[in-house]
Design a protein around this ligand. Structure first.
Ligand SMILES: O=C(O)CCC(=O)C(=O)O
Length: 282
């Protein structure tokens, strides 16, 4: 999909954009084997919590790779790919900065990540973060595709509830606000899903006995941000240079966030100081 007003219009209406076939079949086949070989030799230091090849929990045998771009050129080149930049720029209004890469293998039987908002973790201010989520396998409800809550892209940070650990490896769960629904993002390998840090999204369990649901993800922060959580440094421009000037580590931890209340049929958010306060109020 070209970087036209249509991209922005679609984003403004639904909160996400899927660019179909942005990466070729050969490119995704390369990414699949490249990162699988990295996992098979122990993860090169990027596997979250290390790899337990014998574990009955598929997530321990195939953990996420976190921040491989910090030492791996393939991951860095993906994050700064010139095909991603114009689409991100069109959605954000200005070219964002790059801060994160992740690889999820989501092998058969793996739990998903319950509905959440990325901004809770990246904490860039002012403005928000953006994700480019490249499908490395065809994905649907069976193998744990992404779900997006339509129209949630302008919501404040909502206090998460506790996720069902049978279904999700993540602790947080944000139920879709009244009147909004989570819809599956059915994608082909090579498609890229773009969404911002407010969009409520997540994924279900991989219920297939044989199919992986691999993804290569990059995260960005709006050019206007002057703070981002410490974990996301160094921050990169699309030319590969780093942007540490003018950016500081956001010390804000845990809150504030909003508790949904229905008033005259509309959802409003009552802001509180922390998730703990919100959980106590439920
Ligand atoms: O790929 C997934 O299962 C979840 C990824 C996700 O929610 C994220 O990157 O924020």
């Amino acid at each position: 999909m070209p970087a036209t007003a249509t991209v922005r219009e679609q984003f403004e209406q639904t909160g996400y954009v899927i660019s179909s076939g942005l990466f070729s079949a050969d490119e995704v086949a390369f990414f699949r084997s490249y990162f699988t070989e990295m996992r098979d030799r122990g993860g090169d230091g990027w596997a979250e919590g290390g790899i337990d090849f014998e574990s009955p929990d598929p997530l321990r045998a195939y953990p996420r790779l976190l921040q491989p771009h910090r030492g791996d050129k393939v991951a860095m080149d993906f994050m700064l790919d010139p095909r991603l930049q114009p689409i991100l720029t069109d959605i954000c209004g200005e070219t964002p900065f790059a801060v994160q890469t992740m690889v999820y293998f989501k092998s058969p039987g793996s739990r998903g990540q319950a509905l959440h908002q990325d901004q809770r973790y990246l904490r860039c201010e002012p403005g928000t973060c953006m994700a480019a989520w490249l499908a490395l396998d065809d994905c649907d409800e069976e193998n744990g595709c992404m779900y997006v809550v339509l129209g949630s892209q302008n919501l404040p940070m909502i206090c998460p509830e506790v996720a069902d650990q049978e279904e999700s490896w993540g602790a947080d769960y944000i139920p879709p606000p009244q009147g909004m629904e989570a819809v599956p993002a059915i994608m082909k390998a090579g498609d890229v899903l773009f969404f911002n840090g407010s969009l409520i999204h997540g994924s279900g369990k991989n219920r297939s006995a044989t199919r992986f649901r691999r993804t290569l993800i990059a995260h960005y922060i709006a050019a206007e941000c002057d703070k981002v959580a410490h974990y996301y440094f160094p921050v990169y421009r699309f030319d590969g240079s780093t942007v540490d000037d003018g950016l500081s580590a956001n010390p804000w931890g845990g809150g504030p966030c909003g508790i949904p209340r229905i008033v005259d049929g509309d959802t409003i958010y009552e802001m509180v100081g922390s998730i703990e306060e919100a959980r106590a109020a439920h």
